[in-house]
Design a protein around this ligand. Structure first.
Ligand SMILES: Cc1ncc(COP(=O)(O)O)c(C=O)c1O
Length: 454
């Protein structure tokens, strides 16, 4: 029997990030300046991001070295364990083998610190003293608060209001690491005030919180903006996950037929999947599956289009699958998956048929989360539970077909701050939001005037 935990020594921590852009059959189309319709250049982005990250954003190099001070911090929790889910397999009665890479062992409880540390490092290197960001579920905000604390930077977090109230201890966690946290939409920015004027009860959304954080960073020279997902450099930083997983699967004497991750903006999915997509492009047969909520079905129901990354239309135009920048997803408990767009790199890979996507209802996802907790012990983040559900469905489908699969998924975080969600599920209070087609069409009308991808 394979070991339950496959562990790597610290010496096996990757020393390079993998850049999938170097190997993709079609590079993503350029990000456009909304005023001119022309591709944005480094100078357009310089007020918001340190130059090293801007260069990574457009890099075509297959590998980018990880600075030693970043690796030194990553060693606090990396390499993360890979588990063989023997007990889940037994509970399901499946013939398939299920493995999961567990990112919840980071101090903030998810994969997010992998990029937070890198972003804080480069910002500090280039003389910024403060970072501004948004957070949905609170995982990204916690990660950036941690990274800023460890590297000696100030941190300001605009936290989506529905999560701010659902998860008060995420705020305490960020404050313990010294960050200052405000519920978004807030009165602190023009973008926030405009939303509150139109809708005083707005639950907030990632799109709105991004507008607030971008406005904050653009208005202060000492401040850089940090984004927890979507951008190429963020996905790049997460590829330590998949590189480790490749080595661990090898140690376990296995290779996955299916690689699965949940997708909000796409960073944990990319982190696990991109190094495997390199293998797929190199000729290996792998089904790469992105799992999203039915209440925010960006990849399965949103068109591939140019759209703003935020609601306030402050960001450049990004070529991606989108539900429209003013789409406000229902208040599902997977707060980190409530984003109207998906990373351009992943959107392009979906267009090119290298990645496929499925959308799941909230109650089904929680049922799989509870099954997982009852067999493997770990209580998963509601976001990660989408990947668990994908793995469970995959194993059951293989059994129906009479075949055995090797399934690998990313368990991107634990759910210790999500117990209100579990309370609601266990009490039968969770609603499944069927998203009407006319709401999608209404939100997409807002992107009609924007340039179209080639
Ligand atoms: C545990 C966890 N998983 C997944 C996500 C979704 O983000 P991404 O798609 O960038 O991995 C989040 C976002 O907050 C998260 O907290």
């Amino acid at each position: 029997m394979t070991e339950t935990k496959v562990l790597l020594p610290e010496s096996a921590l990757p020393d390079r990030w993998y850049n999938v852009a170097a190997d993709m059959p079609n590079r993503p189309q350029p990000v456009l300046h909304p005023g001119t319709g022309q591709p944005v250049g480094p100078d357009d982005l310089a007020p918001l991001f340190p130059m090293e990250l801007i260069l990574q954003e457009v890099s075509e190099a297959p590998e980018v070295p990880i600075p030693e001070p970043v690796r030194e911090i990553l060693r606090l929790w990396r390499p993360t364990p890979l588990f063989r889910a023997h007990r889940l397999e037994q509970t399901l009665g499946t013939r398939s083998r299920i493995f999961y890479k567990y990112e919840g062992v980071s101090p903030a409880g998810s994969h997010k610190p992998n990029t937070a540390v890198a972003q804080a490092y480069y910002s500090k290197q280039e003389g910024r003293e403060r970072l501004a960001t948004e957070t949905g579920a609170g995982q990204w905000g916690s990660a950036l608060a941690l990274a800023c604390r460890l590297l000696g930077l100030e941190c300001k977090v605009y936290m989506v209001k529905v999560s701010y109230h659902q998860k008060p201890y995420r705020r305490s966690m960020m404050e313990t690491w010294g960050a200052s946290v405000v519920a978004s939409p807030s009165q602190e920015t023009q973008a926030g005030r405009a939303i509150l004027e139109a809708n005083p009860d707005s639950p907030g959304s990632l799109g709105i919180a991004i507008s607030e954080a971008v406005e904050d960073a653009a208005g202060r020279e000492d401040t850089a903006y940090a984004l927890g997902s979507v951008l190429n450099h963020v996905l790049l930083h997460q590829t330590v996950i998949g590189q480790e997983a490749l080595a661990q699967m090898d140690l376990a004497g296995a290779f996955p037929d299916v690689v699965i991750g949940c997708v909000g903006g796409g960073s944990n999915f990319a982190g696990l999947a991109f190094p495997f997509i390199r293998e797929k492009i190199g000729g290996k047969e792998i089904d790469v599956l992105a799992c999203e909520p039915a209440a925010c079905p960006t990849l399965t129901r949103g068109p591939f289009a140019y759209d703003f990354g935020d609601t306030g239309q402050l960001t450049p135009l990004v070529p991606m699958h989108t539900l429209g920048h003013d789409f406000v997803p229902a208040g599902i408990h997977a707060g980190g998956l409530r984003y109207h767009g998906v990373a351009p790199l992943i959107s392009q890979l979906v267009l090119d048929g290298l990645v496929r996507a499925e959308a799941y209802a909230q109650n089904d996802v929680f049922a799989s989360a509870v099954t997982f907790a009852g067999s493997e012990g770990i209580i998963p983040a509601p976001e990660s539970a989408h990947a668990i559900h994908g793995a469970v469905l995959n194993a059951m489908a293989a059994d129906d077909e009479g075949i055995e699969r090797t399934i690998l998924f990313n368990l991107s975080g634990h759910g210790h701050f999500d117990m209100a969600a579990y309370d609601d599920y266990l009490a039968g209070r969770l609603e499944d939001f069927a998203l009407p087609e006319d709401e999608i069409q209404r939100a997409l009308a807002a992107i009609e005037p924007l340039p179209k991808p080639a």
